[in-house]
Design a protein around this ligand. Structure first.
Ligand code: ZN
Length: 268
C-alpha cells in the first residue's frame, strides 16, 4: 500500500533503506531537524545540516521516487545554551522559505529545563510570527507526561496558535488524549524498544479512532525501523481493520496535515 512517513530522519538512513522503503510503497517523507548524536560546535554546523536537509536529501530520495520534505528547528537536546540557540534561530527564516520546507520542527523539551523552555519560546514565537506549522518532540519515558503538559500549557497561552496546524509527536497511551482533546494532531512513533510499536498503535486506533493520528517511524541513527509504517498496515490488516481506515492512517491523514503547508504537494 502506498504510504507517507511523516517523521523520519533520512540523513541517518542508508540508500539501501530508501530502496526498500520505495518498494514497500513509500511515496513521501517529512524529515524534522534533529540531534545528530553529537552537539554541534557552531552555527555553521547547523547551517550545513539545514542545507543537507533541503538540498542533498531531497535529491537522494528523488532517485527512488520518494518526495522529501523537511522541518527546520533546534532539538531540545541542543537548546540548553539560549544565546547559541538565538544565533541558530537567526538562520531559520531563509531556510523556511525554501520550497520543500514545511515549518518548524522538531522542537520541544528533553529534560524540561528552564533554558530549554526559553529556547522553545523563541522557536514558537518565530513560527507564529510567520504563520508556520509546527511539530513538537515530547520527552522520553518518565518525563513524557510532564513535558507534554508543559508544551500544551505554553501553546494554550498564545492566542495565535491554531491546533490544527500543530503536531504533538511521540504520543503514547497516557498522553495521546491530552493532544487530541485540545485539537492537535497526535504523532505516534513506532520504535522497536522505546516509544510505541505497531501493535500498540492499533490499540490506540481502537481506543481513540484514526482521526488526526499520524503514524511515523521516526527512524534515525538508533534502533528504529524505516519500515514501521508498512508494519502498521500489516498489523491493522491482521486485526481486521478495513482498507479505508488503514488508508486514512498512512495516507489521508499525513496528506491532510502536511498539505496545510503551501510547500507540500501530495504525490499523484
Ligand atoms: Zn525525530
Amino acid at each position: 500500500m502506498d504510504f507517507i512517513d511523516p517523521h523520519i530522519h533520512i540523513a541517518s538512513r542508508t540508500t539501501d533503506d530508501l530502496a526498500v522503503m520505495a518498494k514497500m510503497g513509500c511515496r513521501a517523507v517529512a524529515e524534522p531537524a534533529f540531534w545528530m548524536g553529537y552537539d554541534r560546535s557552531g552555527v555553521n554546523s547547523f547551517h550545513d545540516y539545514f542545507r543537507q536537509l533541503t538540498e542533498w536529501e531531497p535529491r537522494r530520495c528523488a532517485n527512488f521516487g520518494i518526495d522529501h520534505y523537511s522541518w527546520m528547528g533546534i532539538n531540545a537536546k541542543e537548546a540548553e545554551d539560549v544565546g547559541f540557540s538565538r544565533e541558530v534561530i537567526a538562520e531559520l527564516p531563509s531556510f523556511l522559505d525554501r520550497p520543500t520546507v514545511l515549518g518548524i520542527g522538531e522542537i520541544g523539551l528533553h529534560k524540561c529545563t528552564r533554558n530549554e523552555v526559553a529556547t522553545l519560546e523563541l522557536l514558537i514565537d518565530l513560527a507564529l510570527s510567520r504563520g508556520e506549522m509546527m511539530v513538537f518532540h515530547t520527552p522520553h519515558l518518565e518525563d513524557k507526561y510532564k513535558g507534554t503538559r508543559m508544551i500544551l500549557d505554553l501553546l494554550r497561552g498564545d492566542r495565535r496558535v491554531d491546533p490544527a496546524r500543530v503536531c504533538i509527536d511521540h504520543c503514547e497511551e497516557h498522553t495521546i488524549r491530552l493532544a487530541l482533546e485540545e485539537g492537535y494532531w497526535a504523532g505516534v512513533t513506532l520504535y522497536p524498544v522505546t516509544k510505541a510499536n505497531p501493535r500498540r498503535l492499533v490499540d490506540l486506533v481502537e481506543m481513540v479512532g484514526p482521526d488526526r493520528l499520524l503514524a511515523n517511524s521516526s527512524a534515525d541513527w538508533g534502533p528504529s525501523d524505516p519500515l514501521a509504517v508498512p508494519e502498521v498496515v500489516a498489523s491493522m490488516r491482521r486485526r481486521g481493520h478495513p482498507f479505508s481506515t488503514i488508508h486514512q492512517l498512512v495516507w489521508d491523514n499525513p496528506v491532510a496535515f502536511l498539505g496545510q503547508s503551501a510547500h507540500f504537494h501530495a504525490p499523484i
